[in-house]
Design a protein around this ligand. Structure first.
Ligand code: UDX
Ligand code: UDX
Length: 470
């Protein structure tokens, strides 16, 4: 198939590269000249596992980059719209980029085309896209508008795309659904997975994935409802963690107990400093506004958002309770990205916490394996950026873990202990086992688990660094 993907951000770039890997001819369109120039030169603008390999494999061959939307639409059977849909001040999704792309499409319709919403958009957007295209003089039977929501998590977006739990296609007629079925056929017929050069299969992959065809409105809702449900799961466990702290229970054990119920499941039950990122915060607000406009007050979502904000405040209270006063304290911060495995800092709870700690007069030395450059644009000279976690810890009054990077769960804790001025760790991501931390001589605060203080025992007596368990 010939495919145009408009918008080469986190979603569009991954989708374009993966479509090329499925064997399609893809033109990635963007209006950001700098980004296009970088992509053409072979640079990879985002930190995403397997993306460099895919871009290297297909760049200049099945995958080309262009700023010419008209030419890309002319050459394509399907046009995926993956431009940003940022929130407005009122919490609605700003659809002006989507509208601008839709209004440029009609002049390039030279045969039947399917216009696919890939960006997360409120229900009814497909109707609007259709109206805009018709208003600009396209013949009604020359195109259809479909919704094909993405469920990509940053950091694992490529494997999420190629090994999805399900593919959702919202299409209001069979002609349109058939185009999307053909695009995803290498996944749904399993042929992609037989290839020697296929991207390695992750754990828990369902092969071949099911393709669910719904109405476009249902597909639009599936995306918002999925994200809202996942955010609710996180806020739920964060609320349970707060109760655990009050009664001296251990949230990890509670999670194991409730997550083993197959109706609940263990995933997305990790307590922390609250969810962030470009999707959950904005999609929850947008979903609440959509519901409100349709006459339903979705108060549950308000509470999910409230718990999320409160989770950051609770973490600040933990820092205060560990250090007493904050002015002039030197803090080591591990993690700035909104989650592990990405360089994205959009709506990062880590960045928000760092900003508050700076306002409180703390001095901060921070380390993140991928997000430092982006964080520097926001925090600039107010934060000292370190070369490694150990550098960041040097001489600090305490160490804060704010992002769940795998590498932070595998630190040399003896070394860390010797770098810190005081061996205090406030872990917002529960990366370590409290007992082991106490045995290693740390005062260790985490989420939903009792605070532990050092056992009276010499560190030197330990034969080797103890592997701290997640
Ligand atoms: C996407 C989706 O669009 C959003 O709805 C979803 O919730 C999260 O993922 P993302 O890929 O993260 O957004 O956005 P971003 O990284 O901002 O990329 C959007 C791209 O579209 C940018 O490269 C931008 O230059 C491009 N763009 C934007 C256009 O090409 N044309 C426009 O008119 C506007
Ligand atoms: C999310 C959805 O998972 C994905 O399906 C959708 O397409 C886009 O939005 P993403 O924002 O990349 O993906 O990250 P995700 O892995 O969902 O994490 C979101 C936030 O929740 C992060 O801040 C993460 O740290 C936090 N989180 C996640 C928790 O606090 N606990 C968990 O158990 C899981």
């Amino acid at each position: 198939m010939h495919i145009a993907v408009v918008g080469s951000g986190y979603v569009g770039l991954v989708a374009g590269a993966c479509f090329a890997d499925l064997g399609h001819e893809v033109i990635l369109v963007d209006n950001d000249e700098q980004k296009l120039a970088a992509l053409k030169k072979g640079e990879v603008p985002i930190h995403e596992k397997f993306l460099p390999e895919l871009l290297q494999r297909h760049r200049g061959q099945r995958l080309t980059f262009s700023d010419d939307l008209h030419a890309a639409v002319l050459a394509s059977d399907a046009v995926f719209i993956a431009v940003g849909t940022p929130p407005t001040e009122q919490g609605h999704a700003d659809l002006s980029y989507v509208e601008s792309v839709a209004s440029s499409i009609p002049s390039a319709i030279n045969g039947y085309k399917v216009i696919v919403e890939k960006s997360t958009v409120p229900v009814y957007t497909s109707e609007w896209v259709r109206k805009i295209i018709l208003r600009n003089a396209a013949a009604p039977d020359s195109f259809d508008v479909a919704s094909n929501p993405e469920f990509l998590r940053e950091g694992t977006a490529v494997t999420d795309f190629l090994f999805p739990d399900r593919i959702v296609v919202g299409a209001d007629n069979e002609r349109c659904a058939a185009v999307l079925r053909a695009i995803y056929a290498p996944l749904t017929d399993g042929s992609y997975y037989k290839r020697e050069d296929a991207i390695p299969q992750p754990d828990r992959a369902q092969i071949p994935p099911p393709l669910i065809v719904t109405s476009t409105k249902s597909a639009e809702l599936i995306k918002h409802a999925s994200n809202a449900f996942l955010a609710m799961k996180i806020s739920f466990i964060n609320a349970v963690a707060s109760v655990c702290e009050s009664v001296g229970a251990n949230v990890q054990q509670v999670c194991q107990g409730i997550g083993s119920d197959s109706r609940i499941g263990p995933r997305f039950l990790n307590p922390g400093i609250g969810y962030g990122g470009s999707c959950f915060p904005k999609d929850l607000k947008a979903f609440r506004e959509v519901a409100r406009e349709c006459g339903y007050e979705f108060r549950l979502l308000d509470e999910v958002m409230h718990i999320n904000e409160e989770q950051r405040n609770r973490f600040l209270r933990k820092v205060r309770s560990a250090l007493w006063t904050l002015r002039g304290k030197r803090l080591a911060v591990l993690g700035l990205a909104f989650k592990g495995g990405t360089d994205d800092i959009r709506e990062s709870p880590a960045i928000m916490l760092v900003q508050t700690l700076l306002q409180e007069g703390c001095r901060i030395s921070a380390y993140d394996p991928a997000a430092q450059e982006r964080a520097c644009e926001v925090l600039n000279s107010r934060v000292e950026f370190a070369e490694s976690p150990y550098d960041a810890a040097q001489g600090a009054d305490a160490l804060l873990i704010l992002t769940e990077w795998d590498e932070f769960a595998a630190l040399d804790l003896h070394r860390l202990h010797s770098q810190l001025k005081y061996p205090i760790i406030i872990d917002g991501r529960n990366l370590y086992d409290p007992e082991s931390m106490a045995a290693l001589g740390f005062t260790y605060h985490s989420i939903g688990r009792p605070v532990v203080t050092p056992e009276v025992r010499s560190l030197a007596a330990e034969a080797s660094p103890r592997a701290a368990k997640k």
